[in-house]
Design a protein around this ligand. Structure first.
Ligand SMILES: [Fe+2]
Ligand SMILES: [Fe+2]
Length: 354
């Protein structure tokens, strides 16, 4: 039997520690994360252009958009419109923080172009609903853009987790709006809110948000895999202080929040269950309580070498699942690179964090 026998390799693998022991330098980890982001970004763009290349003007029958929606639906349309008006800030502020990363900064520009079409789509919806005049809409837009959105955190690691939760929350908002627009809401306020154009809009945008969520999830796993203790701390911070973007800038945001809450589109229940719990399980964390408990314990036993601290923190993280998912991402990147030819000259290869 040669020492390269797959069974022996699997046996050695299974005996490896379940938590990283810190063999890789920070420099090497940063290089690996950067490579992962670059491969992920190249794969993402190719897929996005083939599968989700829609246009906010021409792919919708705007003349057929309903002009008799109730005030609740109109409030929802205007609220989504308002949140997406800060896209220039969403793009520029984070871009300055991540500009040195090829994969992450170029992805961010692409992501911005997909958010820009959401802003235009909601603009069209508000305009064609004719609930407000075109003059009112322009003035409202000017009022919104008179303020600037700023980053909730100014480091790349916190922001990757912020975008994970924010994109998932946005996706949930649009999926639940699609339920109303298909006439399937159980809430009597929306018994007569069926609108095929709105249904198509909400599901197109929700598909974009799902793709964004997936990208940020894969990126967050790279941090969790190579910097587990720091990444869990960042994730904990983000969950604890999370709020939706621009809520503090939009006039009457409380009214919008109240309407989406009563509509079953988005409220504390959806946030806890469909956003936080879902994202945590996708990231290999048992739940918010497990994460909090692990972090609290780790703070009680600070260790300069990080050993005890890491043991405590790993009670809440399924590190092997994270590793499996990171390996799966590298397989996806490999397929793309083999197709293009990158693989022959400069392959993106998985390096374990043992
Ligand atoms: Fe969006
Ligand atoms: Fe998005």
């Amino acid at each position: 039997m040669s020492s390269f026998d797959p069974e022996i390799i699997a046996e050695i693998d299974s005996q490896r520690p379940k938590v990283p022991v810190g063999m890789l330098s920070r420099e090497e980890k940063d290089r690996l994360i950067e490579r992962g982001f670059l491969g992920l970004y190249r794969w993402y763009v190719a897929k996005s252009q083939v599968q989700r290349n829609w246009n906010p003007d021409k792919d919708f029958d705007w003349r057929a958009f309903r002009k008799d929606h109730n005030p609740e639906v109109n409030t929802i349309l205007e609220g989504f419109f308002a949140v997406e008006q800060y896209v220039p800030d969403y793009v520029t502020k984070l871009l300055l923080v991540i500009r040195k990363s090829h994969g992450r900064s170029h992805f961010h520009i692409r992501w911005g172009s997909e958010e820009e079409r959401h802003a235009d789509l909601w603009y069209n919806a508000v305009l064609f609903s004719q609930y407000r005049s075109p003059e009112w809409l322009k003035e409202y837009m000017g009022q919104l853009r008179g303020q600037e959105w700023n980053l909730p955190w100014d480091d790349p690691m916190h922001m990757i987790f912020y975008t994970v939760f924010q994109e998932r929350a946005t996706q949930v908002n649009y999926l639940n709006t699609a339920v109303i627009a298909r006439g399937k809401s159980l809430n009597p306020t929306f018994a007569n809110s069926e609108d095929p154009v709105l249904a198509k809009m909400a599901s197109k945008i929700a598909a974009d948000e799902a793709a964004h969520y997936n990208f940020f999830l894969e990126g967050a796993r790279l941090y969790l895999y190579y910097y587990p203790a720091e990444a869990l701390e960042a994730m904990y911070d983000v969950i604890k202080h999370f709020s939706m973007p621009a809520g503090n800038l939009i006039p009457n945001y409380d009214h919008f929040a109240e309407v989406v809450y009563r509509a079953g589109v988005y409220g504390p229940r959806e946030h806890a269950k469909d956003v936080v719990q879902m994202a945590l399980s996708n990231l290999g964390v048992a739940g918010r309580k497990a994460l909090e408990a692990g972090i609290k314990r780790s703070r009680l036993v600070p260790d300069e070498n990080g050993n005890l601290r890491q043991t405590a923190i790993f009670d809440g993280l399924d590190f092997l699942t994270v590793q499996d998912k990171v390996k799966r991402l590298y397989k996806v990147i490999e397929t793309h690179e083999r197709e293009v030819g990158f693989w022959d000259v400069d392959p993106t290869e998985f390096v374990p964090n043992y």
